[in-house]
Design a protein around this ligand. Structure first.
Ligand code: IDP
Ligand code: MG
Length: 167
């Protein structure tokens, strides 16, 4: 089944200059890139993204990690990949959540680590199922930023919206 999945190259992946390596690994899947952008992650966005983990003891550290506060690099690269079995293929390539348990040749096994504070710095995020992918893609991207109709859309007219345009 054709499907889409959200991938984030987390701040540790960016700081370690792993973007090229990770995109090369992802190209092995033959999936298509449907969207890509750099995002400065607000506390609200990080908290919403990881809301299913809010009761975990590592939640606070995880939110600061995704925002880039542990790495002094306050952004992530957000991507949507599309194609046959996209979610499973990317998860398999990413490897297990715990980088020490991840297959050594997986992305997380190759590049991840556990910090002395116990955070799993595992360089990428990948949606784990179709429901999560839909929630996450809608959280990180607007329909106009994705090169396919990922999910149903509607058109609205806004009159008093302020936005930056080229001067
Ligand atoms: P996933 O990223 O493989 O889907 P989740 O359980 O959704 O794993 O956890 C989200 C993120 O939270 C992980 O990628 C990792 O950075 C962090 N994390 C998950 N479990 C732990 C843990 O037990 N200790 C420290 N960090 C964790
Ligand atoms: Mg997850």
């Amino acid at each position: 089944m054709k499907e889409q999945t959200l991938i984030l190259i987390k701040p540790d992946g960016l700081v370690k200059s792993l973007t090229g390596n990770i995109l090369t690994r992802l190209s092995e899947t033959k999936l298509e890139i449907a969207a890509a952008k750099m995002v400065c992650v607000s506390p609200e966005l990080a908290t919403e993204h990881y809301k299913h983990l809010k009761d975990q003891p590592f939640f606070g550290e995880l939110i600061t990690y995704l925002q880039g506060q542990l790495h002094g690099r306050y952004k992530v690269l957000a991507l949507v990949y599309w194609g046959e079995d996209a979610i499973g293929k990317v998860r398999a390539l990413a490897g297990a959540t715990n980088p020490e348990e991840a297959e050594p040749t997986s992305i997380r096994g190759s590049y991840g680590r556990i910090t002395s504070k116990g955070v799993y710095e595992n360089v990428i995020h990948a949606s784990s199922n179709a429901e999560e992918a839909e929630r996450e893609i809608k959280l990180w991207f607007q329909p106009s930023e994705i090169i396919l109709d990922a999910y149903p859309v509607k058109t609205i007219t806004q009159t008093s919206v302020q936005q930056k345009v080229w001067a």
